[in-house]
Design a protein around this ligand. Sequence first.
Ligand SMILES: [Zn+2]
Length: 156
Amino acid sequence: MALDVSRRTRIFNSSSVSSEDCIFCKIVSGKAPSLKVYEDGEYVAFLDIQPFSRGHTLVCPRKHGETIWDMDEAETAGLFRVAFRVSKAVVAAVGADGFRLVQNNGEAANQAVPHVHVHVIPVMMEDKGRYGGRMSFSQQEMESIAKSIREKMKDS
Ligand SMILES: [Zn+2]
């Protein structure tokens, strides 16, 4: 039986925007640049431009919604199904030893962009237990990482 969450229906984000002003909607539609590694009719995966590690990828639904409560259970399951596949490609592409799936809902949970997304963050053994800051890679490096992940997605 599904948990009753009807008492609260909205999760607060002070950065709430309409889909017209949403950066991820622009990425999904191609109006804003991104390095996509996977897309299908419902979901898109692309590199985080301020990654926590090499290969840090975001997976989001094409349809705008702020939190997973704006999606139904099947859409949420689909999002994680894609994240599962992307995790295998990301780990293989960067040779990671582990990975984290992070999905933040609401400003209190550190959700920075108000469009549902799952972080796929590969982790190396030497970074075990370390929660470092955002990193930056050159455009050339980012393109090379994206290319490797895309190739691994074909194998998955
Ligand atoms: Zn959006």
